[in-house]
Design a protein around this ligand. Structure first.
Ligand code: ASN
Length: 329
């Protein structure tokens, strides 16, 4: 089967407010275009997913890099992972502070260390050694993120409950958790090489030191040329325990499901089992795309040739033609 190179991104699953829809749509469309251009220019799926994610890390509309949500103490503490499907090579980072592009640091871990996962002080020391710019403390904190933390704390005071009972926790992205916006990208080239990348600030009001699913291989991120590539978003505590990425890829690899069928099946099962929603983007080895979410909304976009598709509500698929309009004879 002929595979058409594709770059697909998401900008977070959850209860995106109506007024932020235009900004989310603009952000994911730009990221898909930047990633696709990188794929065309370099032919490298890893570079493509990194570039796409970086475009969203520097956009304050998303919960990654600048604009990441805050810990209980008011800091941005980030996780990211990148994975290459041809070699199963990967780089993961956690507890990253004051760096605009944690996904670039994850790539450096993959390519420049003999390890696959660095966290905390050691990861920050490696970042400095590798020449990353360490921003002045608090540079990534936005007013919106501060307000989300304040709302979260107020809502806990009101209900006088720290929501220890998992069943009681509201869907991630509900008002108390701030705006959704973990970001991710997956890509495939004409030869079936795939890659995945995910970057996040986690969840509003998290304990310092908390790590979500995004940097967990087989949880929120995975890529294998034999099975496909995945980036997930939603409640990390749930996604990591359900091994969402590896379950989806095993349905594709061993049971012959398409990316969409496998993604939908696993997310529906997860949502029933845990009463928590999530969203996933995926590509199977034949180049079929999976875009599915059990949350109310998830912003996504992909470019394939000159077609740019995007959406945020269920069933939505808007298409724009990129570049010169095609002339019909
Ligand atoms: N909004 C998200 O997708 C959060 C992310 N999955 C985490 O739990 O860290």
């Amino acid at each position: 089967q002929h595979i058409v190179p594709t770059l697909l991104v998401h900008g977070g699953a959850g209860d995106v407010s109506d007024d932020s829809i235009p900004y989310k749509n603009a952000g994911v469309k730009l990221a898909a275009r930047i990633g696709y251009e990188a794929l065309k220019k370099t032919g490298n799926v890893v570079e493509a997913v990194q570039q796409a994610v970086q475009a969203m890390e520097e956009n304050d509309q998303f919960n990654a890099g600048y604009g990441g949500v805050l810990t209980w103490e008011g800091n941005v503490e980030m996780d990211a992972a990148i994975m290459e499907g041809a070699t199963l090579d990967a780089g993961c980072v956690s507890l990253i502070r004051d760096i605009l592009h944690p996904i670039a640091l994850a790539r450096s871990v993959m390519e420049k260390t003999r390890h696959k996962y660095l966290a905390g002080d050691g990861a920050m020391a490696f970042a400095i050694e590798d020449g990353f710019e360490i921003l002045p403390e608090g540079s990534l904190v936005t007013e919106r993120a501060k307000k989300a933390l304040e709302d979260y704390k107020n809502s806990l005071n009101k209900t006088n409950s720290a929501c220890d009972d998992e069943e009681e926790q509201p869907e991630i992205g509900d008002k108390v958790f701030g705006s959704p916006g973990t970001v991710g990208a997956v890509a495939i080239d004409a030869y079936g090489n795939v890659a995945a990348a995910t970057s996040t600030g986690g969840i509003t009001g998290k304990m310092p030191g908390r790590i979500g699913d995004s940097p967990i291989l087989g949880g929120g991120t995975y890529a294998d040329n034999a099975a496909g590539c995945i980036s997930a978003t939603g409640n990390g505590e749930t996604i990591m325990r359900y091994n969402v990425a590896s379950r989806i890829l095993s349905l594709i690899e061993h049971f012959g499901l398409t990316a969409q069928e496998a993604t939908a099946a696993v997310l529906e099962q997860m949502t029933v089992r845990f009463n928590q929603t999530a969203g996933v983007i995926s590509i199977d080895p034949n180049g079929n795309l999976g875009i599915y979410f059990t949350s109310r909304r998830m912003s996504w976009a992909y470019q394939r040739g000159d077609e740019l598709h995007y959406g945020i509500d269920k069933g939505e698929d808007i298409v724009e033609i990129i570049g010169e309009p095609r002339v019909k004879f």
